[in-house]
Design a protein. Sequence first.
Length: 234
Amino acid sequence: MTSNQSRGFVSAIVVAAGASTRMGANKMLLMLGAMTVFERAVRVFEDSAEVDEIVVVASEDNLARYRDIVKDSLISKVTSIVRGGSSRGESVRRGMDCCAKNADVIVIHDGARPLIKPDSVDETVRLAREHGAASVCVKSKDSIKMIDGDYAVSSVDRDKTVLIQTPQAFKRDIIFRAHDEAAAAGFEGTDDCALTERIGVSARLLYLPYVNLKLTEPIDLALAKAVLQERGKL
C-alpha cells in the first residue's frame, strides 16, 4: 500500500460491531435508500481523498456478510474486516492493531453515522495532522442540565459545550499511547477523544451542520432518508 508521500499514510477504522438493541435489528444491514447503512458508511471513506485504507470492525455474526457487501460493492480500500471485542474500546483497539504499520494518522468512525461527507473526513484528517487530534462536533442547541436521578439540579453554559461525534482522527503515536494508558488504568471512555484528553491532548474541533446523525432508533432512519433525499443521494 502506498500513499501520497507528502502527506503520509492514513488508515480509517469503521466500527460496526454494536448490538443495535434500540433499533430492533442490525442497523448496519438496514437499507438506507439504494444501499445498506454499512455500505454508505464505508463508501464515505472509499471516496475520501485522504484515506488510504479502511479497517472494518464487526461482530462475529456479520463478518461474512460485510465481506460480501465490500466485494459486491467494489469497495477497494478495505484491507481487513476483523471481529470486535466486548466493549467499544476493545473493538477500536482491535481495529488499530490491523492498521498499516506506516499509518501516520488513524481515523475512527462509528458505522452508525453514514451521513458524514468525504470532505469532512478529509478536513478532520488535516486537523489531526496539525494538532495531533481532531473531532467533528455540533454546537448544543438545547439547554444542558446536570441531573441527580430524575431531577435537574444545575445548568451548564450551553455556549461552552458541544456534542462530539465521529469521525475522530489522531496521530498514530497519540492514539496508541492513549489506548495503552487507558487500558492500564481500566478506563473506558465513551469516545476516543476522552482517552487522549487523559494524556493531555485536546482534540481540535470541526463544527458541522446538525445532520451527521447517529442511527440509534427507528425514527433516525426516517430522518437519515430525508437528509439523503435533500442531497439527491437516496
